[in-house]
Design a binder for this molecule. Sequence first.
Ligand code: NAP
Length: 352
Amino acid sequence: MSLKRKVAILGATGAVGQRFIQLLQGHPWFKIEVLAASERSAGKKYKDACNWLMESNLPPEVAEMPVVNADVDSVSKAGKVDLVFSSLPGDLAGPVETQFGAEYPVFSKASAHRMAKDVPLLIPEVNPDHVALIPIQKKNRGWKGFITTDPNCSTIQLAITLKPLMQFGLKQVIVSTMQALSGAGYPGVASLDIIDNVIPFISKEEEKVEEENQKILGTFNGKEVQKANFVISASCNRVHVKDGHLESVFAKLDSNPSVEEIEEAFRNFKGEPQRLKLPSAPEKPIVVRKEPNRPQPRYDRDEGKGMSVVVGRIRKDPIMTVKYMCLGHNTVRGAAGAGILSAELFAAKGLV
Ligand SMILES: NC(=O)c1ccc[n+]([C@@H]2O[C@H](COP(=O)([O-])OP(=O)(O)OC[C@H]3O[C@@H](n4cnc5c(N)ncnc54)[C@H](OP(=O)(O)O)[C@@H]3O)[C@@H](O)[C@H]2O)c1
C-alpha cells in the first residue's frame, strides 16, 4: 500500500485518543492529519490540551498540532481526511458519528451504534465477513461514508476466546471481570474511591458484555447478522490496576472436550488479520500460559504488543464444562489497537 491514508481522531485528548496517537506513530498505512476534542480543548495546541499519559514520549509533531472541535465542519476545514477514528464519550458519539458517517468512513470505539442492525460490530479475527453490512448500510442511509464499530473492551477479549469454543457447541457463559482504571477514561475514577478497594459496579458494562457477544459471533446471512444462540451472565468490577482487564470465564459446552483439546483450540486460533499479515495483527491472537498464577495484568498485558489475549488456568468445571482466565490490554486490543486493526482490514480489502 503506497500512499498513506490521512486520519482524524475524535476524542484525541482522552485515554483512548492518546493510545491512537501512540499506536499510529510510524504506521505504514495511516497518518494523523486532524485531532479533535471538546470545545474545552479546541483552539489549543495538543500538548496544552491534554495530560499525556502514555509510557512513550508525546511525539513532537503531534505536540504542536492544533486541536479542533469534533464536528464535521471543523474537521473538514482542518484537513483533508480519508477516515475517522472516534473515541468520543458514548452519549455524545451517537449524533456526532452519524454526521461524520454521512461523509467519511468512521471507525468507532463508542457504544452508540454497536447494536444497529446495519452496523458491523467487528473483531477482524472473529467476524471479518460482517464487513458485508457496509454496502447495505450505505444503501439504507444514502451515505458517502459509513460507521463500523469495535466492541466494548471487556467484550473483545472474551469474544476472541469464545470463538474457538464455538466448535464444541457453546451454550452458556458466566464471566466475572476485574477491569483496569484506564477503562474509565481520564481522569476516571477518583483515587480515594479506588485505592485499597474494588468497586463491584461499572455502569452499563454488564449489559454490553451480555448483548454484544451474540452479535459478534452471529452469522451474516447475506442481509443481516443472525445472533449466535448462547447466553452470557456478566458481573463487572473495577480494580486498582492501571491497564489490562482480567476475566474469570466459565463456559458450558454441548460436547465434553478435554482440557488439552481446548488448549489446542486456543493455541491454533488464527484469523484473517494473520492471513493478510495486517500491520497490527499479533502473530498469535491467543497466547496460552501454563503457569498456575498467570495471566497477570502487569506481566501479560503487553503480549503481542498489547494485541494478544492471554489465557491461562484452563481447567474442567464441575458445574459448567470448562473455566479459564483471560487477559487483554483494554486500551490496545480493547480500544485503539482494535480500531486500527479494523481500519487495516478495510484498507486491505480496498474499502477505504
Ligand atoms: N478507556 C478504555 O479502555 C475504552 C475501551 C473501549 C472503549 N472505550 C470507549 O471509548 C470512548 C472514549 O473513552 P476514553 O476512555 O478515551 O474517555 P476519556 O478519557 O474521558 O476521553 C474522552 C474524549 O472525548 C472528548 N470529549 C468529551 N466531551 C466532548 C464533547 N462534548 N465534544 C467533543 N469531544 C468531547 C474529550 O475531550 P476533552 O479533553 O476536550 O474533554 C476526550 O478527548 C468512550 O466511548 C469509551 O466508552 C474506552
